[in-house]
Design a protein around this ligand. Structure first.
Ligand SMILES: [Zn+2]
Length: 559
């Protein structure tokens, strides 16, 4: 049987690839382009790894697979848990391949933990708790890997990402990717697979964490070398190189959470002053020192007075006080207010992940104690859309948001009811949309809601357009006439093996990219999934949840 390599170059985009290709620094990618069809691959909204990869795995739009975010809103609650493989609805593409007798190996495919049986093998990818040891299928694959290559973990440990300098992080990520590639090749031979799917995430992580573009380029050059190793050692007949979304460098953050609070859409819990004494103390120290240099005993007495008196002042005076403090200590009120939870008795909206720009209405027919009726939802949504679309980038005066969607505009299917209600798309603006927690104190403020910073945080983010290069004997070389979509990837893969398309898939076979013979092969249809009835509960223990949380925090995805 013919061998196919499905390789993810996570977050790759033509904007990053082209200068390196022109300089001859990506010889393996260049070789695939010379012998393949290539073009732009549109991502999902949001263009996030869990959402986009779930569409690649299932061939479906997020309204059917149900993965919208790193976090998943628990049905019937306003709390969130980490996304895992059990949250994803829909049969994965490898099941259809297996049913047709095609053996599949999966390495580092995001959100494949906990592992499930596959005819071939599985090494769980991004989204696996750092503490987990059950990270392969079959289970004995892990001890086998370790007997060959020494100790093996699914991801670079969170502590290492947090405590290291950018160059050290890059080196650790490079080494980890090399070990995945090495293990993947050996396992592919051992389990005699026909399709090997492997996601190289170095390119994505480097874009997030590296302050300078040259370091990101180093990650691309290394990944091209890893791709070369895969091609040389495993000798596939066809290669589907894809990215789940694109990349961009960041200007800074737009503080959507601060905006929502100041426009009274999101109300945070009271009683915060007593909970956050040390933060308030620090703010007051900074302020008094900046303000008129008061230190020592007088400063201490003043701080005491303010700590005691401030919560007792009417709201309007509190507001004036904070406006005064924020002149010297930017975002200090936000720090005090936004470190708490939304007050669900009074809040209209509440946010999902840290940067997602995904918002949920506090609906009376859905959230416990929700306050917005379904009828009010639509009028508030229209008002919010109008208000948000007025916001402009302070650097160029262009609208910050390309589009603001209500969930019903972009998702369809039985899982759409779990979607965020409002999706703010600023992925072409180069600003992060911060929906939880305020900006760092040391950030540089631009107007009321924009901040740039020079700390060791996030330097890159996602853009909606990824890439594809489909290369080998099945494909017609040249630039594709139109963009593909991530949902087309599994459809195209099934067509390579002449397997019928599940009738509930939303992607289509990219027939125009195949050679004449394969493009004329009729596309058969087979029954897809029966309608899913319920969302599965989280498959993770609370310790596992915390472990993924800590990893994603270290990468900058979560607070
Ligand atoms: Zn990604």
């Amino acid at each position: 049987m013919k061998r196919t390599l499905l390789v993810g170059l996570d977050a790759a985009c033509w904007e990053y690839l082209n200068p390196l290709l022109q300089a001859g620094q990506l010889p393996n990618i260049q070789k695939l382009m010379d012998t393949g069809a290539w073009g732009v691959l549109n991502s999902t909204m949001p263009p996030w790894t869990p959402t986009a990869w779930s569409s690649i795995v299932t061939g479906k739009n997020p309204g059917k697979h149900g993965v919208f975010d790193m976090l998943r809103r628990e049905p019937g609650a306003n709390s969130f848990t980490m996304t895992d493989a059990l949250h994803r609805q829909g049969t994965p593409f490898w099941k259809y391949l297996n049913d047709a007798g095609v053996r599949v190996g999966l390495v580092n495919v995001p959100f494949t933990y906990p592992p499930t049986a596959v005819d071939g093998f599985l090494v769980c990818g991004f989204g696996t708790p750092g503490t987990a040891r059950d990270i392969t299928w079959p289970p004995e694959a892990l001890p086998w890997i370790e007997s060959r290559f020494g100790s093996f973990v699914a991801t670079v440990p969170a502590e290492q990402l947090r405590s290291s300098q950018p160059d050290e992080i890059l080196a650790a990520e490079m080494q980890h990717q090399a070990s995945l590639v090495e293990a993947g090749i050996e396992l592919a031979e051992r389990y005699q697979v026909d399709v090997l799917a492997i996601n190289l995430m170095l390119t994505d992580h480097a874009n997030h964490k590296m302050p300078v573009l040259e370091q990101v380029q180093k990650a691309y050059i290394q990944s091209d070398d890893d791709l070369g190793t895969l091609l040389k050692s495993w000798q596939p007949d066809n290669v589907l190189l894809i990215s789940d979304h694109g990349s961009s460098r960041l200007k800074g953050d737009f503080l959507l959470n601060v905006w929502l609070r100041e426009h009274d859409y999101c109300v945070y819990e009271d009683g915060i002053l007593s909970q956050q004494k040390s933060t308030l103390n620090w703010i007051l120290k900074e302020w008094l020192q900046d303000h008129d240099g008061r230190r020592g005993l007088i400063g201490k007495a003043l701080r005491r007075c303010i700590q005691f008196g401030l919560p007792r002042l009417p709201r309007v005076f509190q507001k004036r006080f904070w406006a005064m403090v924020e002149r010297d200590v930017p975002f200090s009120e936000s720090h005090m207010r936004l470190n708490t939870n939304p007050d669900f008795r009074r809040t209209t909206l509440f946010p999902g992940s840290l940067y997602s720009g995904l918002l949920y209405f506090n609906l009376s027919n859905r959230e416990p104690g929700g306050v917005i009726t379904p009828a009010d939802r639509n009028s508030i949504l229209s008002r919010l859309k109008a208000e948000l679309s007025m916001i402009v980038d302070p650097e160029n005066g262009k609208p910050l948001f390309t589009k603001i969607y209500g969930s019903e505009e972009i998702y369809f299917g039985p899982a759409a009811e779990h979607a965020p209600d409002l999706i703010a798309d600023a992925y072409l603006s180069h600003w992060n949309i911060r929906t939880r927690q305020p900006a760092p104190f040391r950030g540089k403020r631009h107007g009321q809601y924009f901040v740039t910073f020079d700390h060791n945080g996030d330097y890159g983010w996602h853009s909606p357009d990824g890439v594809f290069i489909f290369s080998g004997s099945a494909f017609q070389p040249g630039q594709a006439a139109s963009p593909g979509h991530v949902m087309d990837v599994p459809a195209t893969l099934l067509h390579l093996y002449d397997i019928a398309q599940p009738d509930d898939w939303d992607g289509s076979v990219q027939l125009g990219l195949f050679t004449a013979e394969l493009s004329q092969r009729p596309v058969q249809v087979q029954p897809g999934d029966e309608e899913p009835t319920a969302v599965s509960p989280s498959g993770l223990s609370s310790a596992e949840n915390e472990s993924i949380h800590s990893y994603l925090r270290a990468l900058g995805y979560l607070e």
